[in-house]
Design a protein around this ligand. Structure first.
Ligand code: COA
Length: 415
């Protein structure tokens, strides 16, 4: 069976995490992704966070599956010509260099359009146009500037960044959607276009509920489902809400049996209104189902601390998995706090291809995440990341270069 993006050629000029997650996703959907790297060095992540000396790091391998690697010195005049040939033969150029780097290399939008008017040029940048547009940006800067950090953590502590890479991988996802949308529009217009995903915008898009809450706070001065209510105080901006659910159904993280020794013996518990009577039954507080102080969501809001305290007395008598099993029988929404070890060993995630084992010629077998988006007619098979320049000769030959020309370019340091 063919793949959804069969025939689409991507000139992958990305590095580190945000851009590579985008192009890896496109490769998983079947695009031919040609990663351009600097000879001798390559993507800086090849050597960052190494766990085996002189072997491509997991950081690199886990972001660059299903791609081909070619080395080109794009500042060398002959190297530039090779890049031009690639631009002419590809559909999309994806890059996440610091602002202005592509222009400085001589590949402005106008120049790329001259070479290939159908080319889509897709970029991740830290910020969109404005005061910070020239800044270099990494993950946590985006989490801070996009509103995630100021709204994460507890009220009595500093802002906190999330382990989820919403700035990098999140923006990569946004960019991938922009690229396939531009490819779709090109079918009717015949023209390429620029696609920009700014990391601040991507993080804010994922934090939209907090912008919602900012406006609610300004109107009413109080947010009753936040832990600051009823005894704390609200300031001018959305406060950090700890583990509050952030939605209309109050939730919190509760201790389970073994929490004293296991840092992940916890469960997320949601007091969803439609199953309130069942919750009361499970925890042995049947009277709360009819008591006017507890029977309605509005009545419960000022008592959430006490309610979760009572529920926790019950969850602490069960392991997180025992609690899950019981609560699921009653359709009570809940979720175990899973450690990375538990996730890595979970058989059902292996079965769906969400976690896959990949073999690498230098590092041997390792685990990685598979494609989180499953297409029924375009299944993803994860193949290992390329070694630096592994496909230079192959791609150069496809561009029409002879072996002698390839050798000469290599000798000149252009590839
Ligand atoms: N041949 C020759 N030169 C190359 C090359 C190649 N194949 N590939 C890259 N380069 C050059 C670039 O042209 C640039 O040169 P210049 O500074 O003279 O213009 C240089 O390498 C470094 O690029 P840069 O992007 O500035 O790398 P950096 O390591 O200094 O910065 C980031 C890294 C991530 C901070 C920066 O790229 C950035 O802000 N990117 C946009 C936001 C982003 O994606 N951030 C998240 C990363 S996960």
């Amino acid at each position: 069976m063919g793949k959804a993006l069969d025939g689409v050629r991507i000139l992958d000029f990305t590095h580190v995490q945000s851009g590579p997650t985008c192009t890896q996703l496109l490769a998983w959907f079947g695009a031919d992704v040609i990663k351009v790297e600097r000879a001798g060095a390559g993507d800086i992540t090849r050597e960052q966070l190494r766990d085996i000396p002189d072997v491509d790091s997991l950081y690199f391998t886990m972001l660059n599956h299903n791609k081909r690697s070619v080395t080109i010195d794009t500042k060398n005049p002959e190297g530039k010509q090779v890049l031009e040939a690639l631009i002419q033969s590809c559909d999309v150029l994806v890059e996440n260099f610091a602002p202005g780097a592509l222009d400085r290399m001589g590949f402005t939008w106008e120049r790329i359009q001259e070479l290939n008017p159908r080319m889509i040029v897709a970029s991740v940048k830290g910020f969109g146009p404005g005061p910070y547009e020239d800044c270099k940006v990494y993950e946590n800067v985006a989490q801070c500037a996009g509103g995630a950090a100021s709204t994460t953590g507890f009220d009595d502590g500093p802002p906190v960044v999330s382990g989820a890479q919403i700035g990098d991988s999140g923006t990569g996802l946004h960019l991938a959607l922009g690229i396939v949308t531009a490819l779709f529009q090109r079918v009717s217009t015949g023209r390429g276009q620029k696609v920009l995903a700014a990391m601040q915008d991507g993080v804010l898009n994922l934090c939209r509920v907090k912008l919602r809450d900012q406006q609610r706070l300004e109107r009413t001065g109080v947010m009753k489902e936040y832990p600051q209510y009823p005894n704390g105080t609200f300031g001018e901006a959305v406060p950090r809400a700890g583990n509050a659910s952030g939605g209309g159904q109050p939730g919190w993280i509760l201790k389970c049996k073994g929490w004293e020794a296991d840092p992940n013996a916890y469960i997320y518990f949601i007091t969803q209104a439609p199953v309130w009577a069942k919750i009361c039954n499970v925890i042995g507080k049947e009277e709360w189902a009819t008591d006017p102080d507890y029977a309605t969501p509005a009545a419960r809001l000022p008592r959430l601390k006490e309610i979760f305290g009572e529920i926790e007395r019950w969850t602490m008598s069960k392991t997180k998995f025992e609690a899950m099993e019981i609560l699921n029988k009653y359709d009570i929404p809940c979720g175990p706090i899973l450690s990375m070890k538990e996730i890595a060993e979970e058989p059902s995630l292996r079965k769906t291809g969400t976690i896959v084992e990949v073999d690498h010629p230098q590092r041997g077998k390792y685990l990685t995440v598979g494609n989180p988006i499953k297409l029924s007619d375009s299944p993803t098979e994860v193949t290992r990341s390329p070694l630096l320049g592994e496909h230079t000769n192959e791609v150069m030959a496809e561009l029409g270069y002879t072996s002698a020309q390839i050798d000469a370019l290599r000798a000149a340091g252009a590839i």
